[in-house]
Write a protein that binds this ligand. Structure first.
Ligand code: CUA
Length: 326
């Protein structure tokens, strides 16, 4: 009996896994709310139909022999034809009526271009003319209560942009840029994840969308628009020199300096990010040092070569310089 009860509870386990900051059934936007409501309707309806059909099957098998009331012609036509047609038609109408919730709404008040790359997210905040104001990576900050357009594209293979609390998933297909509108109504941090297999590190291609109050967003936007902080101690100055002479600038930009590579993430304010490696490690000098020394051991197959020949003192200096770029 206890085992049977445990088995009955098993289907609930996947729901428990959805808890937290990445949760399709905890919508914070109208878009996600429609998806969540539709999901509950389908779960509820499917459960009701499943239980009814199983009960009828049990009655047919274990019920009294002889004349079976289930063999009635009306029940076969009603349950087998009329009921599915009516139910599926109603569901189709509900989906058609609700679908505009998922489409683009009017003129967005903020435009952000997100490019999927193996295996991280390039994030550019655009002005009204579509020109990039500044660039960051893997962490997107948006204000609550306004319509934000995410212009989605890919630099290489197919990725998929998915923040379950905010919207459904949208594939980033080479040559086919797409736009998603989100109107977030509650502040908080919501985790996103690449939802289309894109190579060895697909699973470790995460990001965060942080929804904040309008004034907090303005403050953040101003800070991110600034050029990088100049190093003000010998250690940080040494760090910048190592960065310049070790080839880091081939791939990375630090705005306000001569370092302007564009293959990898813009590092102008890397010290202000919560994580490095697209959600891989909490940010800090230790994690930055480990990543620079051997990112291939931490995230095999990512595009950054290991810099394990750097002397320890130089590694420390460059990691400290990165951490200082807030
Ligand atoms: Cu990018 Cu999976």
């Amino acid at each position: 009996m206890r085992r049977a009860r445990t088995l009955l509870l098993l289907p609930l386990v996947p729901l428990a896994g959805c808890r937290g900051a990445q949760h399709a059934l905890d919508p914070v936007s109208g878009e996600a709310a429609f998806i969540s409501n539709l999901s509950w309707l389908l779960y509820g309806g499917a459960t009701l139909i499943f239980v009814t059909v199983m009960a009828l099957a049990a009655y047919a098998i274990f019920g009294p022999r002889g004349h079976n009331p289930l063999a009635h012609r009306g029940l076969i036509i009603g349950g087998g034809i009329v009921f599915p047609v009516v139910t599926l038609t109603a569901l189709m109408i509900y989906a058609f009526v609700g679908a505009p919730n998922l489409l683009l709404r009017g003129e967005p008040e903020l435009r952000i271009e997100v490019t999927g790359e193996q295996f991280w997210w390039r994030v550019r905040y655009l002005d009204a003319q579509g020109k990039a104001q500044f660039e960051t990576a893997n962490e997107i900050v948006i204000p609550e209560g306004i319509t934000v357009a995410f212009h989605l594209r890919t630099a290489d293979v197919i990725h998929s942009f998915w923040v379950p609390n905010l919207h459904g998933k949208l594939d980033m297909i080479p040559g086919h840029p797409k736009t998603m509108h989100v109107h977030a109504e509650r502040t908080g941090q919501y985790r996103g994840q690449c939802a289309e297999y894109c190579g060895t590190q697909h699973a470790k291609m995460a990001f965060v969308v942080e929804v904040v109050a309008a004034d907090v967003f303005e403050q953040w936007r101003r800070a991110q628009s600034n050029e990088a902080r100049a190093p003000d101690t010998p250690l940080l100055q040494r760090g910048r020199e190592v960065f310049l002479t070790s080839g880091c600038a081939t791939c990375h930009t630090v705005r306000g300096t001569s370092m302007n590579g564009t293959l990898g993430p813009d590092l102008t304010h890397v010290g202000s990010r919560r994580t490095i490696g697209a959600g891989l490690l909490p940010n800090g000098i230790g994690a930055l040092g480990g990543w620079i020394a051997d990112s291939q051991a931490l995230k095999p197959g990512n595009r950054m070569p290991a810099f394990n020949s750097l002397p320890a003192a130089d590694l420390h200096a460059v990691a400290a310089y990165m951490a200082s770029l807030e």
